[in-house]
Write a new protein. Structure first.
Length: 76
């Protein structure tokens, strides 16, 4: 959990357009162990984040230690 948190939250300092990047541990009553909550300046920034090499490297690491993944993107 600590390594995932460090790698993902560090992306805020590397990738332009990220306003907030936060990894939180979920309660045992949840169906997952953690959640990544991220906020971007706009949808274009989200798209740039998704293909950015630093994000790809972090995501590749997370893929080696996770069992499943769910992604929800939305605009307020």
């Amino acid at each position: 959990m600590r390594t995932i948190k460090e790698r993902l939250e560090a992306l805020q300092d590397v990738i332009e357009g990220i306003l907030e990047m936060k990894v939180i541990r979920l309660l045992s009553s949840s169906t997952a162990d953690l959640a990544l909550i991220s906020t971007f300046t706009n949808e274009e920034a989200l798209k740039n984040y998704q293909v950015h090499p630093a994000h790809q490297a972090a995501a590749a690491y997370v893929a080696t230690v996770r069992e499943s993944r769910v992604c929800v993107d939305y605009v307020e």
